[in-house]
Design a protein around this ligand. Structure first.
Ligand code: AQP
Length: 331
């Protein structure tokens, strides 16, 4: 039996990028890997690396939990919990900060991208974010971590930290492997296909959220940036906007990129975009209905209580052993 751990930050409404790169994958893995254990947490501690409005943060945390369940997460097989409700994440995060070097953190491209917005607004926790992320994973001895392409570098660092710790303290953590989807690992912004689709992006035309209604989804796809070549082919270098839309189409309709290109090679961009908009609506509509039923239910709270208690049991034991290993406390 293997353990699979994944998290998602409540920094904005979930986007199609989060759905394709993370949620869909997680749900698929659960169906394929019947004997494995799944831990999924809402990473609210990671969210506060950037200033958040308290009531919005709390609401989004619940929204994401409900959305995951609406997307088909198997509640029986998942330990679903909120990161800040398991204090050992912070405790181990601090210990791992003492096992990662400034130079390693400085090389993280996500930090560099976010830091571009100005040093004054950069918190120190944004800088040490990868140590907390490593703690999220190592605390549960994850074997696999499903991530989009953007998190590959952080996961590499988690592996380095685990190996370093294991070397010094004699094999203590499981060194996790990433699972990266073949299609949809990096969904790009609809208005600027050179940057990834992000939920904290300022321009809402650049992303589709899982809460957008039919009209808005179709409008955003219709106004997505393409090119003037007017040929439907998969060419990410010369037609990055179109390639991104083909990627989204393939993932949302469970077809390969080749199948989509074959089907639309004679079509206009307009027809292609209309069908893509409809394909997204067809997937998101039933999810949104399930979400509405769940968000105010007692069931959601019960699932999160149970998840917190189970995660706490694992985390407590692992941290006790960890402190013993490194000589903290009296015994
Ligand atoms: N554009 C994307 N394409 C594919 N996968 C993506 N993921 C995020 N964006 C894309 C995957 O979603 C999971 C959860 O990500 P996260 O919320 O923890 O952090 P993130 O990667 O920083 O996501 P965002 O939307 O870009 O958040 P902000 O704007 O707050 O930084 C991860 O597995 C990620 O790979």
């Amino acid at each position: 039996m293997k353990r699979i751990v994944s998290g998602i930050k409540p920094t904005g409404s979930l986007t199609l990028g989060n759905y394709i790169g993370a949620i869909k994958q997680f749900v698929k893995l659960q169906k394929e890997r019947k004997d494995d254990e799944f831990f999924l947490f809402i990473a609210d501690l990671h969210a506060i690396t950037i200033r958040q409005v308290p009531h919005e943060l709390r609401q989004r945390t619940l929204d994401i939990a409900a959305m995951y369940l609406a997307c088909g997460l198997d509640e029986e097989k998942t330990v679903l919990f909120i990161q800040s409700e398991v204090p050992q994440h912070v405790e181990l995060g601090y210990i791992l900060q003492s096992n990662v070097y400034m130079g390693e953190l400085e090389r993280m491209t996500q930090f560099k991208d976010k830091a571009q917005k100005g040093q004054e607004s950069i918190t120190s926790s944004l800088f040490t974010y990868p140590a907390l992320m490593a703690a999220d994973i190592l605390l549960y001895d994850a074997d696999y971590v499903p991530v989009g392409d953007d998190q590959k570098q952080h996961l590499e660092l988690t592996r380095d930290i685990a190996e370093r710790f294991n070397h010094y303290y004699n094999n203590f953590f499981t060194v996790p492997e990433p699972i990266i989807p073949k299609v949809g690992a990096r969904i790009m912004d609809l208005q600027d296909p050179n940057k990834k689709m992000s939920k904290s992006e300022d321009n809402p035309k650049g992303y589709i959220t899982l809460f957008d209604n039919e009209n808005l989804i179709k409008k955003k796809i219709a106004s997505a940036v393409t090119d003037s070549l007017a040929i439907i082919q998969f060419d990410p270098i010369n037609q990055p906007g179109l390639a991104n839309l083909i990627n989204i189409f393939a993932s949302m309709s469970d077809q390969s990129i080749e199948e989509i290109v074959e089907k639309y090679k004679e079509s206009s961009y307009k027809n292609f975009k209309e069908d893509l908009g409809q394909a997204i609506v067809d997937v998101l509509k039933p999810i949104q209905e399930k979400y509405q039923a769940l968000i105010k239910s007692d069931k959601l709270q019960e699932i999160l209580d149970k998840g917190r208690d189970t995660a706490n049991q694992y985390a407590f034991k692992k941290m006790r052993k960890c402190k013993q290993k490194i000589g903290l406390g009296r015994k």
